[in-house]
Design a binder for this molecule. Structure first.
Ligand code: AMP
Length: 284
């Protein structure tokens, strides 16, 4: 299937307004490209549920902290278009940086409270950049529903609160994490791993599975769970851990013991590659 590819905000907006005019429901999937089956799961959810689907592809400079991998981040529009070929996507919006940010830009979105924790602590300015670009992309692509992956659970909560606080007329939909057969969450950054690191990286999802097992077997004290999770990572030679936490799934404040629902989250470096993953924990 040949898609409509646009690079200007005005063109993108015109297409979306036309779809609205034709009473179509519009879904958007926002990505930084380097598309994999995780992204495609979001595309599938949107094409399944909405009459019109837009995919945005933009490596957003403002969400990378100083010294992070902005320069190195994989960019290949041709292979992204190829990955989308078999999906009934109506519009692909792939702007360049100048299209999204004027050079003198000095305004940004102050992220909500939930952005202060975890990723917000490790990556200063990250969620400010994410909130700002998502608001700007929603101006160009004013969708009814925006699809986000469970893989970046905190990002979803941050954006959900931003949309509610700024009364944006969009619904956010969370889509489950897509994993490789051994459990590793798909991520564009997995491309950075060499084969030995790729094998060790599976310990991250194993530690999350262990958390769920321990809870099911009656361990509710989070300190006991996180220390066992840490052992799993250490055994795989993953020693640079930014955080292992078990938190309230709505506020992300750390829990001392689990009463009902919780989310277990891990951020760690495998070699030089920083990976994150999480899992919602349930009592049964
Ligand atoms: P990114 O291109 O990494 O900014 O991701 C774009 C969207 O795809 C975000 O909503 C991510 O949460 C989502 N995503 C990334 N990896 C996965 C995955 N393995 N499973 C489900 N969604 C994902």
């Amino acid at each position: 299937m040949r898609h409509t590819l646009v690079t200007s905000r005005d063109q993108a907006r015109r297409h979306i307004l036309q779809a609205h005019h034709a009473s179509k429901s519009v879904g958007v999937v926002m990505t930084m490209g380097a598309l994999h089956a995780g992204h495609l799961q979001l595309v599938h959810a949107s094409t399944d549920e909405c009459d019109f689907t837009a995919v945005t592809i933009f490596v957003n400079p403002t969400q990378f902290a100083a010294g992070e991998d902005f320069e190195q981040y994989p960019r290949n529009l041709a292979s992204d278009l190829e990955a989308l070929r078999d999906y009934p996507v109506d519009l692909i919006f792939a702007p360049d940086v100048a299209e999204m940010y004027r050079s003198q830009a000095s305004t940004s979105v102050e992220p909500p409270q939930v952005a202060l924790l975890w990723e917000g602590q490790c990556r200063p300015g990250h969620f400010r950049g994410v909130c700002t670009i998502v608001l700007k992309l929603l101006q160009a692509v004013p969708a009814d529903v925006a699809y986000f992956g469970q893989k970046d659970y905190q990002q979803y909560l941050v954006l959900r609160d931003m949309c509610a606080d700024l009364t944006l007329p969009v619904r956010l939909q969370l889509v489950p994490t897509v994993r490789d057969a051994d459990g590793l969450a798909l991520s564009s950054r997995n491309q950075y791993l060499n084969s030995e690191e790729r094998q060790r990286a599976v310990a991250i999802s194993q530690s999350l599975q262990l958390a769920q097992q321990l809870l099911q077997n009656g361990t509710v004290h989070t300190g006991q769970i996180t220390s066992r999770m840490r052992d799993v990572l250490y055994s795989a030679g993953i020693e640079h851990i930014d955080y292992i936490a078990i938190a309230d799934p709505e506020t992300l404040t750390e829990l001392r013991s689990i009463e009902r629902r919780a989310v277990a989250m891990v951020a760690a470096r495998v070699g030089r590659t920083r990976l994150i993953d999480n899992q919602l924990l349930t009592m049964k």
